[in-house]
Design a protein around this ligand. Structure first.
Ligand SMILES: Cc1ncc(COP(=O)(O)O)c(C=O)c1O
Length: 387
């Protein structure tokens, strides 16, 4: 655990390297990785390939670049890949496969469990016809939206892809969350995938780095694309050392993040928020539109960083303790209490014994000292929310 005074719920990418990780980085043996002579990068690649059961691995500075180089290594210009509508490679990477790789995405709706229905995949598969792009690849993501793809579905989908001559790629940015949740080995988690991109800088806590895994020919091709995409780093062992440290020290502890996420989800649900079932380290829940502005202000008074929206995502991670999760739940509880009292006291909020007065219990602990003296913008927002 590496707790911070700021409670940052925005992502699991916000973690800072622990003291042990920094020491490993400082001690790393280095070389020029474009020439292939950084011993720490080479070691990380060998360890990752061995653990996941692939012939080869290649370190990338980011998951976006790793996925893109992977897609570009599977597909040629004018080829197509089948991908979930909610998938990161399709939706959250500026359409890089199309923009930079000349690969046509064929997005298909994800089902509530994150899978893509096999009949929908079959319907999207293009026949060999001069009018169509050549369907070459199926790309899945695990976890997706915090959900672990059902293992039986992964078997069926990858078999289906093989039976139709498609290659298979897995965006495993949070694959270790799935591995820990399911209690399976790395090799079991990637069975059926020709390639996989595994991020080291999300739940695993490295400051940067993703490994792309596949056979030797695939990884050699991806290495060419990595250079073209500007990802040939020189003494990258500084960062690879953090990745090695993460693989050795930060995998099993992901269970703590899952427990914290479950606690957070349960706490919010008990307060009446509509929370999606929590499986790993991401909590999705609904916040009514009128509550967004005052909640944002109230969270800020407690050093809680969050991206709020009608469907809000909170992430748990290495730098977030169980005590901090409880502070978050308590803040939401107090918000609802304050709002309830504000509603009684409209149009002005009754502070200090007036009708609708906000009790000390609801506001104690919120700097700057509430009540009296609720910040005017919070009063306005509360009045808006209570209206
Ligand atoms: C599922 C998934 N894939 C890929 C990425 C891209 O990783 P990076 O931010 O390292 O480019 C992310 C980043 O959040 C992600 O969530």
């Amino acid at each position: 655990m590496n707790p911070s005074p700021v409670i940052d719920l925005r992502s699991d990418t916000v973690t800072r390297p622990t003291a042990g990780m920094r020491a490993a980085m400082a001690a790393a043996e280095l070389g020029d990785d474009v020439y292939g002579d950084d011993p720490t990068v080479n070691r990380l690649q060998a360890v990752a390939a061995e653990r996941f059961g692939y012939e080869a691995a290649l370190w990338f500075p980011t998951g976006t670049q790793s996925n893109l180089a992977g897609l570009m290594s599977h597909c040629q210009r004018g080829d197509e890949y089948l991908v979930g509508q909610d998938a990161h490679t399709y939706k959250w990477e500026q359409g890089g496969a199309a923009v930079l790789g000349s690969i046509q995405p064929q997005p298909i709706s994800n089902q509530p469990d994150g899978s893509i229905a096999l009949p929908a995949l079959a319907a999207a598969l293009k026949p060999d016809d001069v009018h169509f792009a050549r369907t070459r690849l199926l790309a899945l993501e695990n976890t997706i939206g915090g959900k672990v793809l059902p293992p039986a579905y992964v078997v069926d989908a990858t078999r289906w892809a093989k039976a139709h001559g498609l290659a298979t790629h897995l965006d495993g940015a949070r694959l270790y969350n799935a591995i820990v949740k399911l209690g399976v080995s790395e090799a079991e988690a990637v069975a059926g995938f020709d390639s996989c991109s595994v991020c080291l800088s999300k739940g695993l806590g490295a400051p940067a780095g993703t490994v792309l895994l596949g056979d030797k020919a695939f990884v050699a091709q991806a290495k060419r694309w990595r250079k073209a995409l500007g990802g040939g780093l020189r003494q990258a062992g500084l960062l690879a050392a953090a990745g090695l440290y993460a693989l050795d020290h930060h995998v099993q502890r992901l269970a703590e993040d899952h427990a914290n996420a479950a606690r957070l989800g349960e706490g919010l649900a008990a307060l009446g928020f509509k929370v999606d079932p929590v499986q790993t380290n991401l909590v999705f829940f609904e916040i009514p539109a009128t509550d967004l502005a005052p909640l944002k202000l109230l969270l800020a008074t407690r050093n809680i960083l969050a991206t709020l929206g009608p469907k809000t995502r909170f992430a748990t991670h290495l730098d977030l303790s169980t005590e901090q999760v409880d502070i978050v739940i308590d803040t939401f509880r107090r918000y609802l209490e304050v709002k309830q009292h504000a509603a009684k006291g409209l149009p002005g909020l009754g502070v200090g014994g007036a009708p609708g007065a906000i009790p000390d219990s609801a506001t104690a602990g919120f700097p700057p000292g509430l009540p009296p003296g609720l910040p005017p913008e919070l009063l306005d927002a509360l009045n808006g929310a209570a209206r």
